[in-house]
Design a protein around this ligand. Structure first.
Ligand SMILES: NC(=O)c1ccc[n+]([C@@H]2O[C@H](COP(=O)([O-])OP(=O)(O)OC[C@H]3O[C@@H](n4cnc5c(N)ncnc54)[C@H](O)[C@@H]3O)[C@@H](O)[C@H]2O)c1
Length: 323
């Protein structure tokens, strides 16, 4: 099989991971890295012996990769993804695809018009623990998702678009129903225009309640998900990367006419979800795999995340700026 030429746009924390994965996949050739930061370009050249460029336009003057991972800051996803698609290049763009729904809709149209793969980095779809949930959850009535980190590195998006969107994407994959009510509150703590803490509640038309808490100013990292349905409750702890612990609680009748709770514990070893995600992107380019999560699914998650963000920022004084 002829190797596929791939570029990485943005060689920061995520871009470095993407480049490492491509460099390790025999059927791809990492041919270029773009980053305006000279130190990052020097590092990319040293690590991968690859051509580097300060901007995408210069890359496109010299090379035409077949595919690119876009891991620049979120606020730049739209113009860069548009440039890549207009140049006929398949795009794997980190989440959130864009800050605005209209921008994501435009990129979706472009990818369809040109017959190109546009895949959004909803990496949790490639977590085995999430796949286990999708396979075993039927009709949840309550979901609680907590995603907390002490890391406030991302400065151009709020915590809803940055972190909560992962859980929004998981929950919308589990609950097959429209949305009845949305409420949200949050805090700005770092002096930026974007929220650092957000708490949201979604009530679905079928009655299921989903509660989300996301923070990037927490003292410690925490990533957990509780999904309750009538017959069983799942508790996932993602914080022990590369393992996820899944506990399943089932109330069962006991001999004395009461109930006891049976607990099943499963330790899931995650097999490099980023590699799974990028291999899926490559398989889709080679037309050997249907999408795991469609662009409609991506848009649905972005619509809810931007709705929450808008509601939070319009809803003063619910959004508190603490100094
Ligand atoms: N899927 C996940 O779990 C996950 C995790 C972290 C970040 N992300 C996403 O990845 C993206 C990047 O985040 P990060 O944490 O790597 O940020 P980062 O700040 O570490 O890296 C961004 C890089 O992009 C470069 N850059 C800036 N302007 C550019 C341009 N015009 N062209 C090319 N490169 C440019 C910067 O110099 C920097 O090296 C964000 O959209 C973020 O939401 C996803």
């Amino acid at each position: 099989m002829k190797p596929l030429n791939v570029a990485v746009i943005g060689f920061g924390v995520m871009g470095k991971h993407h480049a490492n994965v491509y460099a390790a996949i025999p059927s791809t050739r990492l041919v270029a890295v773009v980053d305006p930061d000279q130190a990052r370009r020097t590092e990319a050249k040293a690590l991968h012996a690859v051509a580097t460029y300060p901007d995408l336009a210069t890359l496109l003057l010299h090379q035409h990769p077949e595919a690119a991972s876009l891991a620049a800051p979120t606020s730049l996803h739209y113009p860069l993804a548009e440039q890549l698609l207009e140049a006929g290049i398949h795009v794997m763009v980190e989440k959130p695809v864009t800050p605005e729904v209209a921008q994501a809709e435009h990129l979706t149209k472009l990818s369809r018009r040109y017959g190109l793969v546009l895949q959004v980095g909803h990496i949790t779809r490639f977590y085995r623990a999430v796949q286990l949930l999708s396979a075993r959850v039927n009709s949840p009535y309550l979901i609680e998702a907590r995603r907390l980190t002490p890391n406030a590195r991302i400065k151009d998006a709020g915590v809803i678009l940055d972190l909560m969107i992962h859980d929004i994407d998981i929950v919308l994959g589990l609950v097959d129903s429209g949305i009845r009510e949305v409420s949200v509150a949050g805090h700005v703590l770092n002096g930026s225009p974007f929220e650092d803490v957000a708490a949201a509640q979604i009530v679905f038309s079928n009655g299921c309640i989903a509660r989300f808490l996301a923070s990037r100013v927490a003292p410690d990292a925490e990533r957990s998900l509780v999904v309750a349905e009538r017959e069983q409750t799942f508790r996932l702890d993602f914080s022990k990367d590369p393992y996820a612990e899944v506990s399943i609680y089932r109330p069962l009748p006991d001999d004395s006419g009461g109930t006891h709770v049976q607990v099943e514990q499963v330790v899931v070893h995650e097999d490099n979800p980023l590699r799974q995600e990028l291999e899926h992107f490559l398989a889709r380019i080679r037309q050997s795999a249907p999408p795991i999560g469609t662009l409609e699914d991506d848009l649905r998650s972005l619509r809810l995340a931007t709705r929450l963000t808008r509601q939070l920022h319009e809803g003063e004084p619910k959004l508190l700026a603490l100094r």
